[in-house]
Design a protein around this ligand. Structure first.
Ligand SMILES: [Fe+2]
Ligand SMILES: [Fe+2]
Length: 270
C-alpha cells in the first residue's frame, strides 16, 4: 500500500524576510516537517513526499538552500516539481545531487512503487505566472503512461488545468491543456491528477480523471468567487495531503500543527 505525502507552495524567501511583506513562510514549512514526522508512526509507513511547486518565492540559490535546510529533518525522501515562482535552472543546480533531478530540459521525473507510480511534470514558463506543458513534456508523459500499462498513477503538475472560480488565479492556470486531458483520460488504469498553485484544497473533474489541488503550507489564496475580486492572500491554517492506495487512490487532507487530542470518545468503554 504505497503512501505519498504532498506538500505544496512553501514559497521560501531569503532568511529574515517575509513573503509579500507579511507572511513568514519558513516557520510553517518547519511546522509541516514536524507535523509529518510526529504523525508518521500513526499514518505510515509513507514511501515519499512530493513538493508540488513554488518551493521558493523568487527562485534564488539562497532560497533553495534554505528550503533544503528546513526539509532536511523530514523522515521520508522527497522529490519536487517547479512552480511559477521557481527558477528551473536554479532549482536544477540546487538539487543536482538528487537522482530524480534531470541533467537538462524540463524537470520531469517518475518514481515507481509496488502498486503506484508518481509522475512529476514541469509546467514552469520562465517569467510568467501561468503554466504550460511543452511538447517534450507531453511526450514524456505519454511514454511513461504507456510503459506503466494499468498501474495506478498520480500525475503531479503545479498549475491546475481546471477553473476554480477564483478569477485572479484562473487567468494563470495551466493553458493549452486539451492534449493533456486526452492523454490522461485515455489511460487504462486509475489515474489522479494533483496540483498546487491555488493554495486551497479543491477537487474537480478533469476529463475522466479527478484533479485535486493541495492547500499551501503558509497562506491561502483568499476564498473570493466574485467577478473582479482582488488578488489577495489569507493566513488560513496550512495543510498537506496524504495520497494512498486503499482499494483505489484515496486522499486525506491533514492540517499542519499540533492540536488538542487525540481523546477517546468514550473513555469508560476503553
Ligand atoms: Fe504558490
Ligand atoms: Fe504557483
Amino acid at each position: 500500500m504505497t503512501k505519498i505525502i504532498q506538500i505544496s507552495d512553501p514559497h521560501i524567501v531569503p532568511k529574515g524576510q517575509l513573503a509579500y511583506g507579511r507572511v513568514d513562510t519558513a516557520a510553517p514549512l518547519k511546522s509541516c516537517v514536524e507535523t509529518i514526522n510526529r504523525m508518521l508512526p500513526n499514518i505510515g509507513p509513507v514511501d515519499m513526499a512530493i513538493v508540488a511547486g513554488d518551493l521558493t518565492d523568487f527562485g534564488t540559490a539562497e532560497e533553495y538552500q534554505l528550503f533544503r535546510d528546513i526539509m532536511e529533518p523530514l523522515g521520508i525522501p522527497y522529490c519536487a516539481i517547479p512552480g511559477n515562482h521557481d527558477n528551473v535552472a536554479a532549482m536544477r543546480t540546487g538539487f543536482a545531487d538528487q537522482k530524480w533531478m534531470p541533467n537538462s530540459g524540463p524537470i520531469n521525473w517518475t518514481e515507481e512503487f509496488e502498486d503506484l507510480a508518481l509522475v512529476g511534470l514541469d509546467s514552469n514558463v520562465e517569467g510568467e505566472a501561468h503554466g504550460h506543458l511543452t511538447d517534450a513534456t507531453l511526450d514524456y508523459l505519454q511514454q511513461k503512461l504507456a510503459a506503466l500499462q494499468q498501474k495506478p498513477v498520480i500525475v503531479a503538475i503545479h498549475h491546475p488545468p481546471i477553473l476554480t472560480g477564483i478569477e485572479k488565479m484562473d487567468i494563470q492556470n495551466l493553458r493549452d491543456s486539451r492534449k493533456l486531458q486526452t492523454i490522461l483520460s485515455e489511460y487504462h488504469g486509475e489515474l489522479k491528477l494533483v496540483c498546487g498553485h491555488i493554495h486551497r484544497n479543491i477537487i474537480a473533474s478533469f476529463g475522466s480523471v479527478i484533479c485535486q489541488i493541495a492547500p499551501g503550507t503558509s497562506h491561502a489564496v483568499s476564498m473570493d468567487l466574485r467577478v473582479g475580486a482582488p488578488n489577495c492572500l489569507t493566513k488560513e491554517p496550512g495543510a498537506f495531503l496524504l495520497h494512498e492506495i486503499r482499494g483505489g487512490i484515496l486522499t486525506h487532507c491533514i492540517p499542519i500543527g499540533q492540536f488538542d487530542g487525540p481523546h477517546l470518545f468514550y473513555p469508560d468503554k476503553s
